[in-house]
Design a protein around this ligand. Structure first.
Ligand code: GLY
Ligand code: MN
Ligand code: MN
Length: 485
């Protein structure tokens, strides 16, 4: 902890950026004086560290051990302008969140190397707005406009690591000597300050390490992912209850209904919700969500709540809009269900990561051959990958802070790796028969089915974190009937 901190309020002669479109551009000296004083001391003195602080400290220790003697820079990222002085919602970079538990915009974590191979970590944050120089009300990012921030002293208690003023970090980095690495892609200003000192290859190694550090989740992260799945299950229930309203409007009603649950119980949705009714289910990333919802059609809903701590679920259910699958819908649905069962059964410690994909693809291929859509033998079809015309995508991916988590991990640790306890992945086989696919009988056309669950690898097998939602076709129908009342 930093003791004897200098006052956060700078002296009153610093220039203030004025908001560009204010109605009151001129500020009289008298008003300036009036605005400076008469404010209570609101420093929070009874804060406790955030729950994840000790876990983040362990992650920083692992990072330190991997890069002794090097300065490591991990930005949270900046606001992105939508137009003029409006911005897109901010969501901090996952690397920064994983290493600090913090979500502050513009923040930067710096690990300063010590001679003995260890590091000192500092979180550079924007402090409270100065009242003395007027920034709290005259600057667009002043607290009067955007809300109270934590003081640096409060930040130190919450995060359990020293905090400093982020407005100084670019100078600190520019003046620093010795090897440096930065996580790229989040903060152009920080990258510019380091431009002469870093290389793309070395920075990619840092990103890769941080991605691999997230492959195995700790107990706290598993708890957060469970919360994300539980909220997501409630969001799916919300959707079933309003399907009649969606029929009267569009897929947007479903998107909005799920979003309400995500915003009330969590931070946001973890990715754009796919609310795909009828043939839209065959468009893998259907996020326009502007189509009709018709009784007799299927609704493929792929959506996940992101918790307040930024862990997301990623769940898909394919539901009959009117509550009952038709024969052909049920035939396709049950094949996907069987494939998912085979995939989930292949998730266990020591298994190859690829096993669950191979297991699910085999079941789907067997059905496609059985239905006469592909000519056997199954082995030959699998070897040539011919089933992929209708299975389209991989059967899953890592899940965590990002929906497609650990994306910068090396092939040997991820796709060619081995599962171990603490890994969380999705198992999400699907079959998609495009509306204009002339190679299948007409009754198949326009039907898309995916079932997706979030599976934790345990010591002796796996646990389905999203089992709050039914998967079997008859159970889905009973669950829908109960919710529709
Ligand atoms: N929601 C994207 C995916 O399932 O991977
Ligand atoms: Mn999904
Ligand atoms: Mn997924």
């Amino acid at each position: 902890m930093v003791e004897d901190r200098a006052p956060e309020t700078p002296e009153g002669d610093e220039p203030i950026k004025r908001r560009k479109n204010g109605l009151y551009p001129a500020v009289s000296d008298e008003l300036t004086e009036v605005m400076k004083s008469g404010w209570a001391d609101t420093e929070l003195r009874d804060l406790q560290p955030i729950e994840q602080a000790p876990y983040a400290a362990k992650r920083r220790a692992a990072l330190s051990a991997r890069f002794p003697g090097e300065r490591l820079v991990v930005p949270a990222g900046n606001l992105r302008t939508r137009a003029n002085d409006t911005e897109y919602p901010f969501r901090a970079a996952s690397e920064y969140v994983h290493l600090t538990g913090d979500q502050t915009q513009d923040a930067v974590l710096v690990l300063e190397p010590n001679g003995d191979g260890s590091h000192d970590a500092t979180a550079y944050l924007l402090p409270r707005s100065s009242r003395e120089n007027g920034e709290f009300w005259l600057d667009g990012q002043g607290e009067l406009w955007t809300g109270r921030r934590h003081s640096l002293t409060e930040g130190e208690v919450l995060l359990g690591l020293p905090c400093a003023d982020v407005r100084k970090v670019a100078d600190v980095l520019r003046e620093a000597t010795g090897p440096v690495r930065v996580v790229r892609g989040y903060d152009a200003g920080i990258e510019a300050a380091l431009t002469d000192k870093v290389t793309a290859e070395r920075d990619a190694e840092l990103k890769e390490f941080l991605s691999e550090l997230r492959l195995v989740k700790d107990e706290w992260e598993i708890g957060e992912l469970q919360k994300a799945c539980d909220s997501t299950a409630r969001g799916f229930e919300d959707v079933v209850r309003v399907l009649d309203k969606a029929e009267a409007t569009s897929e947007r009603y479903i998107e909005g209904t799920f979003f309400l649950r995500a915003r009330v119980e969590g931070n946001d949705v973890g990715y754009g919700s796919i609310c795909a009714a009828g043939p839209h289910a065959c468009t893998l990333h259907w996020v326009r969500n502007d189509g009709p919802v018709r009784p007799g059609d299927l609704l493929l809903l792929d959506a996940g709540v992101e918790t307040h701590t930024l862990y997301t679920a990623d769940v898909t259910r394919t539901l009959p809009v009117n509550g009952t699958y038709t024969d052909i819908q049920r035939k396709i649905y049950d094949a996907v269900y069987d494939a998912q069962e085979a995939g989930i059964a292949a998730v266990r410690p020591g298994a190859a990561y690829r096993d669950f994909h191979d297991a699910a693809q085999r079941v789907l291929t067997e059905r496609l051959v059985e239905w006469g859509l592909l000519e056997g033998p199954v082995e030959r079809v699998l070897e040539l990958g011919l089933q992929r015309r209708w299975t389209l995508h991989g059967t899953g991916h890592m899940l965590g802070l990002d929906v497609h988590d650990c994306a910068a991990a090396r092939t040997e640790t991820y796709v060619n790796g081995t599962l171990e306890p603490g890994v969380v992945l999705t198992v999400e086989p699907g079959l998609y028969f495009q509306a204009d696919d002339l190679t299948v009988p007409e009754e198949y056309r326009g039907i898309g089915v995916r079932i997706e669950d979030d599976i934790l690898v345990t010591e002796d097998g796996n646990r389905n974190l999203s089992d709050g939602l039914p998967r079997r076709s008859d159970e889905v129908e009973r669950w829908m009937a109960a919710l529709k009342g």
